[in-house]
Design a protein around this ligand. Structure first.
Ligand code: AOF
Ligand code: ZN
Length: 343
């Protein structure tokens, strides 16, 4: 690896320490280096908190002539914190190395322009593929003005997702359970269909991984959700999307989308409300409807090594497109990547 790549890798590693706490912000890391010595480093640790650059420069007295490695273009807007580009200029950084440009229209090249106008040497694109991968949901949303959709489902070895009567069967082991909770923390919203809500009575919160809980969405065209479900009884907000019912009870909201183009109207609602990413957790009908009507960006299939013999069939999915986790007893598991996969 070249020197710039080594330091950028460090910035990317730091970025990911933001884990389940930064959504819908991107993961960003920053390392300040002079003469081969690291002067400071930091990362964006939680949504609403200081940006990576602020943390990296916190303890530095003199950064003049240094190089700042930032995994995302330094911001140029005054958001919850002042612009990071101004901070780098104030510290008399000589060179800024950036992994990816920030497609957020609030920034979108203006951070780079500010740095260059101040005479700073700017280099863009170091380890850009790695940065694209870790912030894929953030980038997709800002480039397409559309939510990034991840489908996750678990099945038996013979491709059933539940018993015939709709009762749930646990296919996951402790490790895949953690993976699911990590995915929840990394998405802005989680969605299930009404049949899954009524059959499983899920809470859809993040518990087995450090991070925030996603917003909870239920597709319930006919407003058939049972009143006594956790989703309607606990203290967290729930959004229920119907054809024609609009009401709210405490922080539970029913939103009418109409029966024509219901799912497309749902996607428009998400766009208008800046929902960056959605994790679809079932069931089979909801997943299949999404696969048929809406473009899905990522599929995660957790497959048990045990057969169920009968039950509700798993959605028909092109496995070459899915990331498959095979789980077994003793918490063993194996990751099988489809040909179009993200690592
Ligand atoms: C940076 N460094 O560490 C991050 C950046 O709401 P705010 O004020 O936190 O701004 C969020 C936006 O700032 C976010 O959408 C993205 O464009 C950029 N994130 N920029 O220079 C950071 N997290
Ligand atoms: Zn910033």
């Amino acid at each position: 690896m070249l020197t710039d790549e080594i330091w950028m890798q460090r910035a990317l590693d730091l970025a990911q320490l933001g884990g389940g706490f930064v959504v819908p912000n991107p993961w960003v890391g920053c390392v300040v280096v002079r003469d081969g010595i690291m002067l400071g480093e930091g990362y964006h640790a939680h949504y609403g908190g200081p940006h990576a650059e602020v943390r990296a420069f916190e303890g530095i007295q003199d950064a003049s002539g240094s190089t700042a490695y930032v995994s995302l273009e330094p911001c140029s807007h005054t958001g919850k914190t002042p612009p990071c580009a101004n901070l780098l200029i104030k510290h008399q950084v000589q060179r800024v190395v950036i992994c990816n440009l920030d497609p957020n229209p609030l920034v979108a090249g203006q951070g780079v322009a500010k740095l260059q106008a101040a005479g700073i040497d700017v280099q863009i694109g170091v380890l850009s593929e790695k940065g694209e991968l870790i912030n894929r949901r953030f980038f997709y949303y800002h480039r397409n003005q559309r939510s990034y959709i991840t489908v996750k489902y678990a099945s038996s070895a013979d491709q059933f997702i539940a018993h015939s009567n709709g009762h749930a069967q646990v296919f996951s082991n402790a490790i895949s359970h953690q993976l699911v909770h990590r995915l929840r923390a990394e998405h802005q919203a989680i969605l299930v269909g009404v049949n899954t809500a009524n059959a499983d009575n899920p809470s859809l919160t993040t518990r087995s991984w450090p991070g925030n809980s996603p917003l909870r969405f239920v597709l319930d065209p006919q407003a058939r959700m049972d009143d006594n479900l956790v989703l309607l009884q606990d203290e967290f907000p729930t959004y229920i999307f119907t054809y024609s019912v609009t009401k709210s009870v405490g922080n539970k909201q029913w939103i009418a989308l109409g029966s024509v183009d219901y799912l497309k109207t749902f996607m428009t609602y998400c766009q208008e409300n800046s929902i960056q990413s959605i994790l679809i957790e079932g069931g089979a009908r909801t997943i299949e409807t999404f696969m048929q009507e809406i473009e899905v960006q990522e599929i995660i299939h957790i497959e048990s090594n045990e057969a169920l013999d009968s039950g509700i069939a798993a959605p028909h999915i092109d496995e070459s497109y899915a990331k498959k986790y095979s789980v077994g007893s003793n918490n063993s598991w194996r990751i099988q990547l489809g040909k179009e996969n993200l690592a």
